[in-house]
Design a protein around this ligand. Structure first.
Ligand SMILES: [Zn+2]
Ligand SMILES: [Zn+2]
Length: 281
C-alpha cells in the first residue's frame, strides 16, 4: 500500500468538491467536516449528497477518507446537557460518515474543566462506550492527541490508553496522531533520536496498530508550550527533518497523513507536495 498524503479540504462548495479539489492538488487522502464544526445542528446527508461524494471518490480514486467532528464536542463536560449533546453529535457524525463511506472520525475527546483528569477520562470512557453502542460499526473513532491547552485531555499517550482499556480494547477505538499537538504537549520529534523515542513511547503505550491517521502540522509554538497553533510544514518550531522521518517511517505507513495547515486555498498544494517530496525514492 502506498503512503497516502493529503489535506483537510474545505467543503464550502460541497463534500464532493473537497474530494475533487484535493485530487487536483495531489492529495491521495482527504479529511473533511461533514457539517459545520461550530454548530450543534448538522445538515442531513441526503442520498444525493452521498451519491455525489461517493462518485467523486470513485472517479478520483481517493483512498484515505477521514472526517473531523465538531469542535463543540466535550464528552467530559460537567454540564449534563452539553455532554448529552456531545454524545448525540458524535453518533450523528458517525452515521453521516457511514452514509458517505468514510471509515474514520477524528475527535478531540474533551476537557475536564476543573473536574480533574481522572474524572474527565472516566466520563469520556463511559460516553465512548455509549456512542460505540449507538452507532454503525463500519466507522471508527480516531481519538486525537491534543496539545493539552487549558484542561484538554489526550495530551499524554496514557490518556488514550486509559480510554481504550476502559472499553476493553474495542477495535473501533483508534487514534489520530497530530505532530503539532504532541510537540506542543512535550513530545520531541525534531531529530532521529527524539523522533524514535517518541514513536517508541507511542507504540508501547497506544500501539501502531491503533493508529488510524496522522495530522502533519508544524507548530507556531515551541516544544511543551501546550499551545495549539499550526504552521506550514518546515516553517515552525518542529522543522522539516521530523516530517522527513514521518513520511519515511515504515512502521506507520498504513496511516494516511493529512495537513491542517493555514491558508488552505493557497498553501495546501505546497504543503502536500512538500511532504511527498520528502519521501525517499
Ligand atoms: Zn489535528
Ligand atoms: Zn490543532
Amino acid at each position: 500500500m502506498p503512503r497516502l498524503i493529503g489535506a483537510h479540504m474545505p467543503t464550502s462548495k460541497g463534500l464532493h468538491a473537497a474530494i475533487r479539489n484535493g485530487s487536483e492538488i495531489g492529495c491521495t487522502a482527504v479529511q473533511v467536516f461533514t457539517s459545520s464544526p461550530q454548530q450543534w445542528k448538522a445538515k442531513e446527508i441526503t442520498d444525493e449528497i452521498a451519491d455525489s461524494f461517493r462518485l467523486a471518490v470513485k472517479e478520483t480514486k481517493m483512498q484515505g477518507l477521514i472526517s473531523h467532528d465538531s469542535y463543540l464536542v466535550n464528552l467530559a463536560a460537567p454540564d449534563r446537557e452539553i455532554r448529552a449533546k456531545s454524545e448525540a453529535a458524535l453518533v450523528g457524525e458517525i452515521k453521516r460518515c457511514s452514509k458517505l463511506g468514510i471509515p474514520y472520525v477524528v475527535s478531540h475527546m474533551g476537557s475536564h474543566l476543573g473536574q480533574g483528569e481522572e474524572v474527565g477520562l472516566a466520563m469520556i470512557s463511559e460516553s465512548v462506550a455509549r456512542i460505540l453502542d449507538d452507532s454503525p460499526e463500519d466507522v471508527s473513532i480516531a481519538m486525537e492527541t491534543t496539545a493539552g491547552q487549558g484542561s484538554n485531555l489526550g495530551y499524554k499517550f496514557e490518556h488514550l490508553r486509559t480510554i481504550i482499556d476502559a472499553n476493553q480494547g474495542n477495535a473501533r477505538l483508534r487514534v489520530c496522531l497530530d505532530t503539532c499537538h504532541i510537540f506542543a504537549a512535550g513530545y520531541d520529534i525534531r531529530d532521529k533520536k527524539s523522533y524514535r523515542q517518541t514513536m517508541l513511547d507511542f507504540n508501547n503505550i497506544v500501539g501502531f496498530d491503533r493508529l488510524a491517521c496522522i495530522h502533519a502540522n508544524d507548530s507556531k509554538h515551541p516544544l511543551g508550550s501546550r499551545k495549539d497553533r499550526h504552521e506550514h510544514i518546515g516553517d515552525g518550531h518542529i522543522g522539516l527533518e521530523a516530517f522527513r522521518l514521518l513520511v519515511n517511517d515504515k512502521s506507520i505507513a498504513h496511516a494516511p497523513i493529512v495537513v491542517e495547515t493555514p491558508e488552505a486555498e493557497s498553501m495546501h498544494e505546497h504543503n502536500v507536495r512538500l511532504l511527498f517530496s520528502l519521501m525517499k525514492k
